[in-house]
Ligand binder design. Structure first.
Ligand code: IFM
Length: 386
């Protein structure tokens, strides 16, 4: 069975992880402090995609992809409060023009974990007062790039950001503060809903949606306690957030990576003997179907906005891709509202606190294809009925 004609097959990246030179962001400042990033590396150069985006576009074309999910770096566009950098705006415009010229659909994320330092100094998303700055930035981007962007993704994984940045404190802003965690959780929802209105006022036809991180939670034993725990995990991890954003969303973006087995006693997380990737995450390609099915209740078109695995040697990725395509096909056959798939990632990049040690790329950081790049290209070709 072929996929629907307009199905999107792409890959995803984020500006901070690939572009380099994002020296005005809060993450860049955070990276300078010893102990924050494995191996002491920084995002200063990353994949140098700011200068080499045309090479990235070639990688997309070489692998038959028809869509690209990328982000715009707020800290580059508005490095100081109210000062919009025309040069940076035009630079991004050129990239969008080249993507368009090559018939690649563009999904742009407006917040992918990083903030301008001036916003971070005012307490970032933990402060309600900063929402207006984010809305202003997003509206400006919608005005500047009107007609060029096919999809706006407001926020990337706000649920993970709250967890890592305000509960664990292992990511920038590096706080362990449950009050701020709650505040930022609720401010993200407010921000998403306001950005939706702001962009709609500029580009009423362009679909807008959030991107959340999902996970398949499996009960260790098929009893009421373990099953209830999994229900609660889904609720707190992503459903409660989606419930509050779904009305102001034209689509739902789901990042799906792993399965976690839970039991209602200590230790809550059970290590099972399923295959693990380089991160130690349990690889579970069939979970993509469950995740789509679970989120069908929001009544919106669904895009898998990220999916992939840390696999430096490419020992798991080829089979993982094939299995994933089978499950996507099943989802389509069962009429689930799945409209596109973005692999994470086009190329190895700066993996936050893990630096460059976790390799998610179809290509290496110097843009050499791994065997799975060819496999992805072939799967896309077959799936498009060519
Ligand atoms: O690299 C990250 C990305 O920034 C957000 N989603 C998960 C990816 C892999 O960890």
């Amino acid at each position: 069975m072929a996929f629907p004609e307009n199905f999107l097959f792409g890959s995803a990246t984020s500006a901070h992880q690939i572009e380099g030179g994002n020296i005005n962001s809060d993450w860049y400042a955070w990276e300078q402090i010893p102990g924050h990033i494995r191996g002491g590396s920084t995002s200063l150069i990353a994949c140098d995609s700011w200068n080499k985006y045309n090479e990235d576009i070639k990688l997309l074309l070489n692998t038959n992809q028809n869509a690209y999910r990328m982000s715009i770096e707020w800290a580059k566009i508005e490095p100081e409060e109210g000062m919009f950098n025309k040069k940076a705006i035009n630079h991004c415009r050129k990239q969008f023009e080249l993507l368009k010229k090559n018939n690649i659909k563009i999904m742009v994320t407006l917040f992918h974990f990083t903030l301008p330092q001036w916003v971070a100094k005012k307490d970032g998303f933990a402060s309600k007062d900063n929402i207006k700055y984010f809305v202003r930035f997003c509206q400006k981007m919608a005005e500047e790039y009107k007609g060029s962007i096919d999809f706006w993704a407001t926020l990337n994984e706000p649920n993970v950001y709250v967890q890592k940045g305000y509960i664990e404190g292992s990511w920038c802003p590096g706080e362990k503060n449950k009050i701020k965690a709650l505040k930022s959780w609720s401010n993200f929802i407010k921000a998403h809903n306001l950005v939706y209105n702001a962009i709609k006022s500029v580009s009423p036809q362009t679909p807008i949606g959030p991107v959340v991180s999902t996970m398949v939670f499996k009960p260790y034993k098929n009893n009421i306690l373990d099953r209830s725990l999994c229900y609660l995990a889904r609720l707190f991890f992503y459903n409660a957030m989606l419930k509050r954003m779904a009305k102001k969303s034209d689509f739902i973006g789901l990042n799906y990576y792993l399965k976690t087995t839970l039991q209602a006693k200590n230790p809550i997380v059970v290590k099972d003997n399923s295959v693990q990737n380089d991160y130690g995450w349990h690889v579970h390609p069939e979970g993509i179907y469950e995740t789509i099915e679970e989120c069908t209740k929001w009544g919106k078109p669904i895009y898998i906005t990220e999916n992939g695995l840390a696999d430096a040697k490419d020992r798991l990725r080829p089979q993982f891709l094939k299995d994933t395509f089978d499950w996507l096909q099943k989802a389509i056959a069962d009429n689930l509202p799945i409209k596109g798939y973005f692999h994470w990632s086009l190329l190895d990049n700066f993996e936050w606190a893990s630096g460059y040690t976790m390799k998610f790329g179809l290509h290496t950081i110097d843009r050499k294809p791994r065997p799975s790049a060819q496999i992805y290209a072939e799967l896309i070709k077959k799936s498009s009925g060519n």
